[in-house]
Design a protein around this ligand. Sequence first.
Ligand code: SF4
Length: 304
Amino acid sequence: MTIGLPRAFLYYRYRILWETFFENLSIQTVTSPPTNREILRKGTMYAIDEACLSSKIYLGHVEALIGKCDYIFVPRISNFGVREILCTKFSALYDIVSNTFRERDFNILEYNVDVRKSENEMSAFLKLGKAAGKKGRQVFFAYMMAKQAEKLEYEGNLQRQMILLKEKGLKVLVVGHGYNVYDAFVGEPVLNYLKSLGVTPIIAEIADRKKVRDLAADFSDTLPWVYNKELVGAVLDYKDRVDGIILLSAFPCGPDSLVNEIIIRRVKDKPVLNLLIDSQEAAGGVETRLESFTDILHTVHSGA
Ligand code: SF4
């Protein structure tokens, strides 16, 4: 059995967890290629106009996997508890994919997390393994191995980021969802261009999750979206250790537009650049803005 993993959305957050789980069950995985113009073109063609760029990209990745695997892994994650919800796209993903491609011949491997309905991550993995025809003990072992690998990756990323924070020179906090920040079409060109300008990007998503969630809870007890809360907490945690902040979002995003506004109002002592990437512009069109922003950072940094 080969399982296709769309290189989009929560793949960037749970890649190690998912891949290690399947590997420990001796299930082969194939991942769609990094986003390119063709993937975006097809995703845009299948998506409704109002969909955010990230969900268009997701559909393009699903399309790229059809015919290349036995199942496509499409997680449905609704919430991790009360006030720990995800953007509605993530709870609707299974239905969006199955309806969009209803005339194509492919199978979806389901994975449901809805803690408010007693479906937590572990039970979702146990059901997933069973659906793949594996025995309970084997699935449990695979899940525990995957959690261990995920923890090691998380700690390694955090350590590397702490080292980057101590480097000399300009540092910019890049605030955005991993699926945007690391996407080859959306955020990767921004990170690469910043580096070419001699600026070190610090990634808000790489943070001490307990600490940033506590900071976000102190800041607001009404924000509902769990990943956005982490980003707000990361801004509060990192803002005094960087020279500026870039808010990187995909157009149009409801949660980000609200949360970015909150961040802009809250952060008064650091330059903030709001970068909204759409399918026409992509990140290639933002170089001039990044250059101007870097000039401002140099001026502030040198105290001119
Ligand atoms: S949070 Fe924003 S970018 Fe992410 S899926 Fe929802 S609308 Fe799209």
